[in-house]
Design a protein around this ligand. Structure first.
Ligand code: GLN
Length: 190
């Protein structure tokens, strides 16, 4: 079981380190042939407009979309979540999300004054206390489709959830030093 991390831009190293610390077989994915061999993938946070452009220049857009549509288990965090959404509000006009996760996000929705903050999150299915949610220019989930199971909320807004094997977080679990969400994802999809 090989877990890929989309490594075009953003916090991919931190995700890879978290997965490796859990004993997963990790592969950085920068090219289409590297995608072929993975059984799950993490789509990291970073800058969604940049990752969007790099998906085209790396020729990963079509194969990644196809594999996600075919049910490749994935954990999409922050910019990765924006990338997967069916609808992005306040995105850039040249940004075209993959549309594999039925929800609406507002890019940078938590606003400038709260560009970065930490919140304690009660996560369904996670024992041993709250999870430290690190939000960095995070998207706000404004609507979720009927297949989305919400696993955590902040101020009544979904911040963690899954639609079958496609998991999402609007925060950065890989920056918290807390491996429980990566562990949950790896346990569930492996
Ligand atoms: N605001 C960023 C974007 O639009 C996402 C921020 C993040 O991934 N931390 O891509």
């Amino acid at each position: 079981m090989k877990v890929g991390v989309l490594a075009l831009q953003g916090a991919f190293r931190e995700h890879a380190e978290a997965l490796a610390a859990l004993g997963a077989d990790v592969a950085l994915v920068k090219r289409p042939e590297e995608l072929d061999s993975v059984d799950a993938i993490v789509l990291p946070g970073g800058e969604s407009t940049t990752i969007d452009k790099l998906l085209d220049s790396s020729e990963l857009r079509a194969p990644l979309t196809r594999r996600l549509r075919d049910g490749l288990p994935a954990f999409a965090t922050c910019a990765g979540l924006i990338l997967c959404a069916t609808e992005v509000i306040d995105g850039r006009t040249d940004q075209s999300p993959l549309g594999v996760l039925d929800l609406t996000v507002r890019r940078n929705g938590y606003g400038r004054q709260r560009e970065s903050f930490e919140a304690s999150l009660a996560v369904r299915g996670l024992a041993d206390g709250d999870f430290p949610g690190i939000f960095i220019r995070a998207p706000v989930v404004e609507r979720v489709g009927p297949d989305v199971e919400v696993l955590a909320e902040f101020d009544g807004v979904p911040v963690l959830g899954r639609a079958h094997d496609l998991w999402f977080a609007s925060f950065h679990p890989e920056l918290s030093g807390d491996l429980r969400l990566h562990q949950l994802f790896v346990n569930e999809v492996c």
